[in-house]
Ligand binder design. Structure first.
Ligand SMILES: Nc1ncnc2c1ncn2[C@@H]1O[C@H](COP(=O)(O)OP(=O)(O)OP(=O)(O)O)[C@@H](O)[C@H]1O
Length: 777
């Protein structure tokens, strides 16, 4: 039993168009696969329903390996000339007279088709044309003599339209990617006319690539275009620039921020699923993503996205190689007393943990860094001590991974230095390693043997394995053991006075993918995803803010940036390793990761950080002072750009209701308690401040009436963050006094909202307003 055109059309309920199809030259099932939407009217497909059906059929036929299934070119031919297909009854009540004409045609010479064309489809001559499948050898078409439309030229048409649009630059057809694997489910069609083919679908899908590659009829060379990015997408910064063009800038920057990309190989699972590798890493500084796209006419084309970074590691790079290019310079800087940070960023399953932690057989950056630190200390006979702490940030909370997930709190002191209270520091005292080194058997990492590396690894794992086991993990759509938290490993060097003599952060960030990618997106995983995204956004905002020389850097937007404050100020060095997956199903995430990294790289080339540091150096001596000035100073951006927008945490309305015009509070902020006490003190305060207080809106939270004054919010945040200023007592007085006003007094003071409103604050705003008014008047 073979596949024929009529069966296909009947499967989607388009069998009544069969004659029309054959009349214009669509006589075989294979012809369907090359139909485009432009051909639909020619085939008599006008209604949206029919268009959808035909579209589905075209998609389905495209996924079929017709030759592999024993597709016989003549089948449709015989079919259309009255041949009765083995095992199937083609008589269909909906097929009207056309079918009779066709199937009762005994001579099989195409007379029926010609009759139909002549009688049923008597159309104007410009419509009466037939589609040409020029690659066919059958003489079937030679019997028809209508004008020809070249539908197989759709690739050329598309290329032409792209050129006209100027949205992409055409390049040579040099890259011929494997087409996307077919993703056909058994319920694609309800009627199951092709049921006898079902058992072959699996093999059909698997052989799709090769068949289409070798079959010139089925697969035209896929056009390749180079993505031409516009200024809007990258915040107006120049796009990824080749290294040659920015050599000077790089030298000037002295690699304070280094952005690298690491591509991992396809995993066994991905190979089994026949995922295509869409990432290439030509040279050591360029990475190209070949994105398979589909045009509106359903033709496929390739869009190449090219990025340049300080270093690009291909799938064959080892952890040691990555370490020497990324973390090793940071270790050297730390040993000189600097503060350094190494981020691993990327989608879940992209290889962040593999890079950072590795395994006993393949130690990651943690172990290699500690090994070098010990090697240095022993070589210089230093008495500095190495302390390690390890904690995670999960859903905005800090948990100590070395202390049974004890809850931690990040607080700022009066000097604006962030401390993590309760964090356990473990002194790493690799006696055996150090002894070995002191005996001259170890000098540095480059001369160490794998056994020695393994030894340091085992020392580190005594500390880290406990923490890693405690880390929050979950199942994502990509990785069954996906990290759902940011893991931060801190390595500190301390002198004999316990003063910090160098600090290194290793940050294994949580997967950067969207929350919806979780395999079973329940509430918890969505919350996790939202939190992860928010902290990554905050990280980006901090970097962006530094780049734009903003007077305020929003460290406090997330715990991650708050904890990593040191990484953004002073004489720090940072390295970001963007990990990417090579599979075509991860293309979108790969591009997102690369764009994020590209953004970080481009801003450093703009000299944003450097310029900022320079400015800071003029006004302040220490990083802490710099930070202070950056957060409280009134410096306006020299570029005149607007400050970054903070994500809105709560919705604030400017108007409370149609009858309650609101006014902004003056600089002095005030609270109003929902249940004021009529004390004398309160009345006095009320009388004094009656003319000053302007309420903006009522917050249902804890019954406070709040003002929208930013300074007030900042003061409040300071208090929450643990910092207290000299005005604290004054503010407390203010709060007390204002909170004790009577409702009547508030009304008299010109405000149209009553504290009574707070009592009904759980209701919609308009209702609340009306209740207040009813109560009063
Ligand atoms: N460079 C590499 N070479 C070989 N295998 C790798 C490489 N990078 C990652 N892998 C493998 O890919 C899988 C996923 O890697 P890993 O767990 O490091 O991802 P991840 O980015 O940390 O994911 P998540 O964010 O979900 O924790 C692991 O099985 C790991 O062994």
């Amino acid at each position: 039993m073979t596949l024929c055109l009529y069966e296909c059309l009947r499967a989607v309920g388009l069998q009544h168009h069969y004659a029309r199809f054959t009349s214009v030259g669509v006589c075989r099932t294979a012809h369907i696969s090359v139909l485009t939407m432009e051909d639909y009217p020619l085939l008599g497909i006008h209604t949206m329903e029919d268009r959808t059906r035909l579209f589905q059929l075209v998609q389905f036929v495209k996924t079929l390996d017709l030759e592999g299934l024993g597709y016989d070119d003549d089948d449709d031919y015989h079919y259309s000339h009255g041949g009765r297909v083995e095992g199937s009854t083609i008589v269909d009540s909906s097929f009207c007279h056309d079918s009779d004409s066709i199937f009762n045609d005994e001579d099989g010479n195409g007379a029926a088709v010609n009759n139909i064309i002549a009688s049923t489809f008597a159309r104007p001559s410009h419509v009466r044309r037939r589609l040409d499948f020029s690659n066919e050898t059958s003489d079937h078409h030679q019997r028809l003599s209508h004008p020809v439309v070249h539908v197989n030229m759709r690739y050329a048409r598309y290329e032409e339209s792209i050129r006209k649009k100027g949205s992409a630059t055409s390049v040579q057809h040099q890259y011929r990617p494997k087409p996307k694997p077919a993703n056909v489910t058994s319920n694609t069609f309800n009627h199951k006319p092709l049921g006898h083919k079902d058992r072959k679908r699996t093999t059909r899908k698997k052989t799709l690539y090769t068949e289409m590659d070798t079959d010139g009829c089925m697969c035209k060379p896929t056009p390749v275009y180079e993505a031409k990015r516009t200024a809007g997408y990258n915040y107006g910064l120049p796009m990824s620039t080749p290294p040659a063009q920015c050599k000077q800038a790089r030298q000037a920057e002295e690699q304070r921020i280094k952005v690298c990309v690491r591509k991992r190989p396809l995993t066994c699972t991905e190979s089994r699923q026949r995922e295509a590798d869409v990432v290439t890493t030509p040279g050591g500084e360029c990475v190209i993503v070949h994105e398979v796209k589909e045009a509106v006419d359903l033709s496929q084309y390739i869009l190449q996205h090219k990025f340049y970074f300080d270093q690009v590691f291909g799938e064959k790079s080892s952890n040691e190689e990555v370490y020497h290019q990324t973390a090793y310079p940071l270790v050297q800087h730390m040993l000189k007393g600097g503060k350094v940070t190494c981020f691993a960023y990327g989608q879940t399953g992209a290889g962040k943990t593999h890079t950072m932690l590795g395994s006993p057989a393949i130690p990651g950056l943690y172990a290699l860094a500690v090994q070098d630190i010990f090697a240095h200390l022993s070589a210089t006979h230093s008495y500095q001590l190495v302390f390690v702490s390890f904690f995670e940030i999960y859903c905005g909370q800090l948990y100590d991974l070395l202390d049974h997930r004890k809850r931690l709190f990040a607080r700022e002191d009066g000097q604006k230095v962030v401390h993590i209270s309760g964090l356990r520091d473990v002194r790493v005292d690799s006696v055996s390693s150090l002894l070995e080194v002191k005996q001259g058997r170890r000098t540095n990492s480059s001369t160490s043997t794998p056994n020695k590396v393994f030894e340091v690894w085992s020392v580190m794992t005594q500390v880290i394995s406990q923490g890693t086991a405690e880390r929050t993990q979950g199942m994502s759509g990509v990785n069954p053991l996906s990290s759902r938290s940011h893991a931060l490993l801190q390595i500190q060097l301390r002198d004999s006075n316990q003063q910090i003599a160098g600090r290194m952060w290793f940050v294994d960030l949580a997967g950067s993918e969207r929350a919806s990618d979780a395999k079973e997106p329940d509430r918890q995983s969505r919350m996790e995803g939202a939190e992860i995204n928010q902290s990554l956004l905050a990280l980006k905002e901090c970097i962006r803010s530094l780049d734009q020389e903003q007077s305020h850097t929003p460290f406090r937007q997330s715990k991650l940036t708050q904890v990593l404050k040191d990484s953004f100020v002073g004489d720090s060095m940072t390295c970001m390793i963007a990990n990417i997956s090579p599979g075509h199903t991860a293309t979108e995430h790969t591009l997102n990761t690369l764009r994020y990294a590209d953004r970080v790289k481009e801003l450093k080339r703009q000299g944003g950080l450097r310029g900022r540091r320079r400015n800071r150096g003029k006004t302040a001596a220490s990083p802490n002072q710099n930070l202070f000035s950056s957060t409280t100073g009134s410096t306006v951006s020299s570029r005149g750009k607007s400050p970054p927008k903070k994500p809105k945490l709560t919705r604030q309305s400017d108007s409370f209701g149609p009858t309650t015009p609101t006014t902004r509070s003056p600089v002095r902020s005030a609270f109003l308690c929902s249940t004021p006490k009529n004390t004398k003190c309160g009345e006095e305060a009320n009388a004094r401040r009656r003319g000053e207080i302007r309420l903006e809106h009522i917050s249902p939270v804890r019954g406070w009436l709040r003002t929208g004054d930013k300074r007030h919010q900042r003061n409040e945040a300071d208090e929450l963050g643990g910092g207290r200023t000299g005005n604290d007592s004054l503010k407390t007085m203010e709060r007390q006094s204002v909170s004790q006003q009577s409702p009547r007094a508030v009304l008299e003071s010109g405000h149209q909202q009553s504290p009574r409103a707070v009592l009904v604050s759980g209701q919609p705003k308009d209702k609340r307003v009306w209740k207040v008014f009813l109560k009063i008047f």
